[in-house]
Each structure stands twice: as structure tokens, then as C-alpha cells.
Ligand binder design. Sequence first.
Ligand SMILES: CC(C)(COP(=O)(O)OP(=O)(O)OC[C@H]1O[C@@H](n2cnc3c(N)ncnc32)[C@H](O)[C@@H]1OP(=O)(O)O)[C@@H](O)C(=O)NCCC(=O)NCCS
Length: 166
Amino acid sequence: MSDEFCKPAKSSAPKQGGKLLDVNIQPVQGPMEELPADHTLVLKVIPRPSDVNANGDIFGGWVMSWVDMAGSVLPARHAQGRVATVAVNQFVFKQPVRIGDILSFLAKVERIGHTSITVNVSVYAERLERQGRYIKVTEATLTYVAIDNDGRPRPVPNRVIEPPGV
Ligand SMILES: CC(C)(COP(=O)(O)OP(=O)(O)OC[C@H]1O[C@@H](n2cnc3c(N)ncnc32)[C@H](O)[C@@H]1OP(=O)(O)O)[C@@H](O)C(=O)NCCC(=O)NCCS
């Protein structure tokens, strides 16, 4: 097998609450990638067995929740205060997420408007036993709005897009 790919998926069958649960724990195929240098690492998360769907992979809604959280980090810095998610413009699940993956959430501000900030969030998995090798599992674009204490839009005070790592 090529060094560029992980092993095919297999399943195990751990028990949860006495019920048999088919959880995939083995790495799956996927092209290895470099982490994008123009993005900022904003979050790392490891999914738990309770986060799986009926296929034994990680539930898409769990990933979406963390993407929303990760996507808000850079907008919160620009807004210097509260932000609210106004739109999920694009969301693609490119590869399944598995138990044992270490997920890295990398973000890049794409656009800063008067009150809104649009962010790309790319999620990379380090598969079980293949740590240090990254597979892109999800890519999304979300828009956040700077809000005041009454929940109304307010102007973004810092409209200069910062370099990665800030
Ligand atoms: C976010 C919120 C305060 C915006 O209020 P609003 O009156 O709709 O605001 P506006 O129409 O003035 O738009 C504000 C900004 O959002 C942008 N925006 C609004 N709808 C958008 C959409 N569907 N996609 C992308 N951007 C959008 C506008 O272009 C504007 O950006 P700009 O000022 O940079 O030009 C309001 O919609 C809200 O409270 N939504 C719920 C937020 C929330 O609870 N999110 C968590 C998910 S449950």
C-alpha cells in the first residue's frame, strides 16, 4: 500500500449502556496534506465514542458544532467582543471522522464587512497510528456578525485582516 494512504476502514463493536455499538476505530483512506500556512490553528479536539452516528463514524452535527466554535475565534478578535453566527455559507464533509482522530481546526478570515466577518474553516484529522500526517476531513465557510449587548449588529472595530497565528 502506498505511503500516501492509510489502511482501509474496519469496525469494532464496543458496548455503550449495554447496547452493541458499531464504532469504526481504524484509519480510512485519504490523501495526506500539508496544513495551510495562511490559516491559523484555532482549536484541537478529539471525538468521543458518544459522538458517533449510526454508521459508526462521527456525527456530522458534532463536527458542525465545533466548526462553528472554531470559526468564531478570529471574528471575536476582530470584533473585540460578542459575535453571532449569521450564516453557514458552505459546508463539505470530505472524509469521515473516526474515533481516535486528533482534529485540528484551522481558520482564515476571508472578508470583513461593516458588521460581518466571513471565515474559512478547514478541519484536518490525524488518524489513529498515523499521527503527524494530516487528512482534510471538512471545509466550511461561515459568516459572523459583531453584536452589541442588545444583540444588534455593530461595526467591526478592527477591519485589518491579521496574518496567520494571531
Ligand atoms: C446576526 C443578527 C444579529 C444580524 O441581524 P440583522 O438585522 O439580520 O443584520 P443585517 O441584516 O444588518 O446584517 C448584518 C450583517 O450580516 C450580513 N448578513 C446577513 N445575512 C447574511 C447571510 N445570510 N449571509 C451572509 N451574510 C449575511 C449582512 O450582509 C451584514 O454584513 P455587513 O454589515 O458586513 O454588510 C441576527 O440575524 C441574529 O440575531 N441572528 C441569530 C444569530 C444566532 O443566534 N446565531 C446562532 C445560531 S442559533
